[in-house]
Design a protein around this ligand. Structure first.
Ligand code: ADP
Ligand code: MG
Length: 1010
């Protein structure tokens, strides 16, 4: 019910007509045709009018516009039904079929091609090679089939002279995987005879006009159809075909499909043989019959790979088995020979055609399909079968074709009209029956057992003796006299449009057709002398032999009488109808606007006739009275429940039907629906469309919702994993800490008893969290260790140890040597070993000083070299006590030259070298620079360290004061009587004792090398 086109183009769906009358229907059809709108719907049925001109409505843009869309979203088009059939197949895994009907020239074959093209275009988006090749073969097969099965008739330049039903198989992806073609009743009589203005099958003209000289020569042919009896007719006819280019196209199509060069050659040989057989003339001399063209015999035998003797024999004689098993040869009369030749030619062509179809089927057949692996295999069938035919002279073929159309009309009635109505009844929907003409009665007239025309024909064929067509007609007249759809001149003598003993008339649903009974029996018997079958079977050409398997029978074998042509055809059509019946059908109803192939002429009478017999008006009525859509409640709910708060995500109502009613009420189209027992019926697609739109709008929200839920789930999952990770990490860290403690405990367990109190024990590497803790415990341990060590030091050694510690603190790393390894004796002047000559007097002096100055302890004493502000350097004794600093004169019995209070000492300066220079900084800014002199005890070892350590330790412990110590590189700064002086230390070769010399800004202390 597409309403997308403006009304100036008429109504795009006949259901929308104001009144369903033939006048309105025709008016709309004509208006649309004139406006170039060749497609119109009746619900889902497409009515197509042959435009007889190229329309720009089949391009890629159009395909894109229709792909995946609903029927009512676009203007009517073949593509829309094709898509509907494809969607039904893909979404619901339904087998579908598209039945194209209409009379000859109404555009069926063109429609079927567009449908195939559309399906090919929308499938296999991923361009998989194997699918592409299947599609290619399916498309190319058309070209080959048309060459061999189509011919120019008076009604259609490219009329299909066979029926075609093609199944396309799809995999679960919806991509074509193969197919199968069924062909029906090729009009083989055309090979030997064509009506005036018509042609033989295209293949002959294509070969004769398109074949290269070389090929034609090898086939013993000449490139002019006018030269051959079978093709002479219609050579002058102007057709829209270009035989020459078509020949090329067919050849390449055959190659694409997979015909081998030998096979193509064989096909041409058969066509050539047929043309040459057509030339065969016979002559009777009264007694026996002779062949005139003996050359032709040789050519035919060469082309068919048979022996020439046998060829001429099978043309002139027939072999018959007598009752007694004897085999005799019976010569033909001239007439019999001609009949035999024609039957042979027809059979050759028919078998060739069937073989080609079979060959294509071999290629496109779905191979290695395993439903378990590949999912359900679904099918779309496309039926393009000859339309209803009424010619001036209607023969057996027209009879069969029209019967076929009756059967298809039955199927249409069955599926579209009756099923629809019976569904309404079944579902309990109030319904007013629409009258339509049920053509079952005509179908019965033709196919009913015993009484039907086919039965009567078959019976006549079976009867032994000389039964003629007229006798058969008599028999029909007597048996069918009462049938309302049968008549003949004998039954209505006043009707001069029929001849006695020749015509009978069937009132088909599509109109009256007068058949000429002439040739009916022969065509029905379809007799072909066995000799030809054997001849072909014995051919050395494998292809030819394959076409004639029945030639293998020996002459004496009694065979069952083969089925007659009419019965075979009937059976095949019954099978076809069964096949279609179990698929979901889509219909294309083709109408031919005029007989002139004119793009502008709309022949009212002819069109109205077609509309009437196609039952289109009834179709509209049923459709209008009916409901466009129906769906079981559960399915409807499933699809649209999100459009209503009460039904999403689940309803709490008593039944699905109640829930559906709620949805319908919410959308306000209560008046547009009916409630069946199990299904909801929606009258207009518009209602459904609005639902679809709302659904489509909601889907993104649902998607978001699902995404949200899923993202949440994902995040929670991730979070749980993180938590687990942290727990593991925590446990691991705890373990590492504990493991560290255990290790520390293990390593240090026995340090108390170790000689070095565990100093050599290596600490394990602590985990990061414990690094600070490690530092502290490390220090603690060190302290403990130190305590253990210190505990064992005798009190008499304590002073020395403390002094060394103090020296270590201020000098370590700054001064090279500070005498740590030496025993510190402190009072060197009193030491007899160090100063053997002066120690006695010193001891005496120091005792006196102790009494006088009341110091309690000598901190340090030693000889030294001293320099004064008058640049005079002299040897002195230096005595440091806890109260005073004394300068002594060693040469004068250690007489005290100077006494300074220790309180005045503000710091020390030493150098980093090995010299023994020390500056005692005094608060009076009159510092004392000395160079210590080492005595006998340790002539080469450092004493500066001892002086510094002792003083610093004393200041720290006793005076609770920090004595600053400066370690200079080699220049020591000091004050003398308030003036700044520098003392530089330099080594001087030849110098035996360190001594001061005046310099520009102070003094230089020259020290001996080494
Ligand atoms: N859709 C169409 N567009 C253009 N021309 C068409 C169309 N349908 C049919 N024709 C013309 O009508 C002719 C007969 O159509 P065809 O399909 O062979 O008829 P049918 O198969 O029903 O006998 C075609 O050869 C073509 O010229
Ligand atoms: Mg056709």
């Amino acid at each position: 019910m597409a309403e997308l086109e403006g009304l100036e183009f008429g109504k795009s769906d006949f259901v929308l007509l104001d009144e369903v009358t033939m006048e309105q229907f025709m008016e709309n059809l004509r208006l649309r045709f004139e406006k170039g709108r060749i497609y119109t719907y009746i619900g889902e049925v497409v009515v197509s009018v042959n435009p007889y001109r190229q329309m720009d409505i089949y391009g890629k843009d159009t395909i894109d516009a229709y792909r995946g869309r609903e029927l009512y979203e676009n203007p009517p088009h073949l593509y829309a039904v094709s898509d509907a059939a494809y969607k039904a197949m893909k979404r619901r895994a339904k087998d579908t079929c598209i039945v194209i009907s209409g009379e000859s020239g109404s555009g069926k074959t063109e429609a079927s091609k567009y449908i195939m093209q559309y399906i090919a275009a929308i499938t296999n988006p991923s361009q998989r090679a194997e699918v592409e090749s299947v599609k290619n073969v399916l498309l190319k097969s058309n070209c080959v089939l048309e060459a061999f099965g189509n011919a120019k008739t008076n009604r259609n330049d490219n009329s299909s002279r066979f029926g075609k039903y093609m199944d396309i198989n799809f995999n679960f992806n919806g991509d074509p995987t193969g197919g199968h073609i069924n062909n029906y009743l090729l009009e083989k009589s055309r090979v030997v005879q064509q009506q005036e203005g018509e042609r033989n099958f295209h293949s002959f003209y294509q070969l004769l006009r398109g074949g290269s000289d070389e090929v034609l020569k090898s086939l013993h042919l000449q490139n002019d159809p006018a030269l051959y009896t079978l093709t002479k007719q219609g050579v002058t006819e102007m057709t829209s075909n270009n035989d020459r280019s078509d020949h090329k196209a067919v050849l390449s199509a055959m190659e694409v499909i997979g015909f081998s060069q030998e096979e193509i050659r064989s096909i041409h040989e058969i066509l050539a043989s047929i043309l040459l057989l057509g030339e065969m003339q016979f002559e009777s001399d009264g007694e026996s019959v002779q062949i005139l063209e003996l050359d032709a015999i040789n050519h035919i035998s060469e082309l068919t790979d048979t022996d020439p003797e046998s060829v001429s024999k099978s043309l002139l004689y027939r072999t018959v088995a007598t009752g007694g098993g004897e085999v005799i040869e019976k010569g033909h009369s001239e007439q019999e020979a001609c009949f035999g030749r024609d039957a042979f030619v027809k059979a050759l062509y028919e078998r060739l055609f069937s073989w080609i179809v079979g060959r294509i089927n071999n290629v496109i057949e779905v191979k290695n399909y395993n439903p378990v692996l590949h999912g359900k295999n679904t099918v779309i069938g496309v039926l393009d079968i000859y339309g209803f035919e009424i010619f001036d002279n209607n023969s057996f073929e027209q009879f069969c074709i029209n019967y076929c159309n009756e059967k298809l009309q039955q199927l249409f009635i069955e599926l579209i009209l009756r099923q629809e109505q019976s569904e309404y009844q079944r579902e309990g929907i109030t319904w007013k029956n629409i009258d339509y003409f049920n053509n079952q009665i005509i179908v019965d007239l033709v196919e009913q057992p015993h009484k039907g025309i086919i039965s009567i024909l078959d019976e006549a064929c079976l009867t032994v003796g000389n039964v003629t067509d007229t006798i058969c007609l008599d028999s029909m007249d007597s048996k069918l006299a009462q049938h309302p759809h049968y008549t003949s001149r004998k039954l209505t003598p006043s009707d001069k449009t029929m001849d006695f003993q020749k015509h009978f008339r069937i009132r088909h649903y599509a109109g009256d057709v007068t058949y000429s009974v002439e040739g009916f029996l022969d065509k029905n018997k379809d007799m072909l002398f066995q000799d030809f079958k054997r001849l072909m079977y014995n051919s050395a050409n494998a292809v030819l032999k394959e076409m004639w398997p029945d030639g293998a029978l020996s002459i004496t074998e009694v065979t069952k009488r083969p089925l007659t042509a009419a019965s075979l055809f009937k059976n095949s059509i019954v099978a076809l109808v069964d096949k279609l019946g179990c698929k979901e059908p889509y219909y294309v109803r083709c109408i031919k606007p005029n007989e002139m192939k004119s793009p502008v002429l709309f022949d009212d009478a002819r069109c109205q006739h077609q509309v009437a017999y196609l039952g289109l008006l009834e179709n509209v009525m049923v459709r209008r009275a009916g409901f466009a859509y129906r769906q079981p409640y559960a399915r409807f709910l499933q699809r649209y429940k999100m459009t209503c708060a009460y039904t999403w995500p689940h309803h709490l109502m008593d039944s699905d039907r109640d829930a559906v009613e709620t949805i319908v009420a919410q959308h306000g189209f209560q008046d547009d629906v009916a409630y069946g027992h199990t299904k909801l019926f929606v009258r207009t697609p518009r209602s459904l469309f609005s639902l679809e739109q709302e659904r489509a709008a909601l889907i993104p929200i649902l998607v978001l919702f699902l995404q949200k839920v899923w993202r949440g789930a994902l995040a929670r999952m991730r979070c749980r994993r993180m938590k687990a990770m942290y727990t593991i990490m925590r446990c691991y860290k705890r373990y590492k800490v504990k493991a560290y403690f255990w290790e520390v405990e293990r390593r240090f367990a026995s340090v108390r008893t170790m000689t070095d109190y565990g100093k050599s024990v290596e600490w394990p590497t602590p985990p990061a969290a414990l690094s600070q803790f490690h530092n502290i415990t490390f220090m603690l341990q060190r302290r403990w260790w130190a305590r253990q060590v210190v505990k064992n030091i005798p009190p008499s050694n304590m002073m020395e140890v403390r002094a060394k510690v103090a020296a270590l603190t201020v000098l370590s790393g700054e001064r090279k040597d500070w005498g740590v390894t030496r025993t510190w004796e402190r009072d060197y002047l009193a030491n007899v070993r160090d100063a053997p000559q002066t120690s006695a007097t010193f001891i005496h002096v120091s005792k006196e000083l102790k009494n006088k100055d009341e110091y309690s302890q000598v901190l340090f004493s030693s000889f030294c070299r001293k320099v004064n502000r008058f640049n005079k350097s002299t040897d002195r004794g230096l005595l440091l006590t806890d109260k005073y600093i004394y300068k002594l004169e060693p040469k004068k019995h250690n007489k005290v030259l100077k006494r300074l209070p220790l309180d005045a000492l503000t710091g020390l300066s030493v150098t980093s070298g090995v010299d023994q220079m020390v500056a005692l900084h005094m608060s009076t800014k009159d510092d004392i620079p000395v160079c210590l002199q080492r005595g006998k005890l340790c002539p080469n070892q450092d004493r500066v360290g001892e002086l510094v350590g002792t003083l610093v330790d004393h200041f720290t412990r006793i005076r609770k004061d920090q004595l600053p110590v400066k370690v200079c590189r080699s220049v020591v700064q000091l004050h003398m009587r308030g003036k700044v002086k520098s003392i530089t230390v330099e080594t001087k070769p030849g110098q035996t004792n360190a001594d001061f010399k005046k310099s520009r800004d102070g003094f230089i202390l020259f020290v001996p090398e080494n």
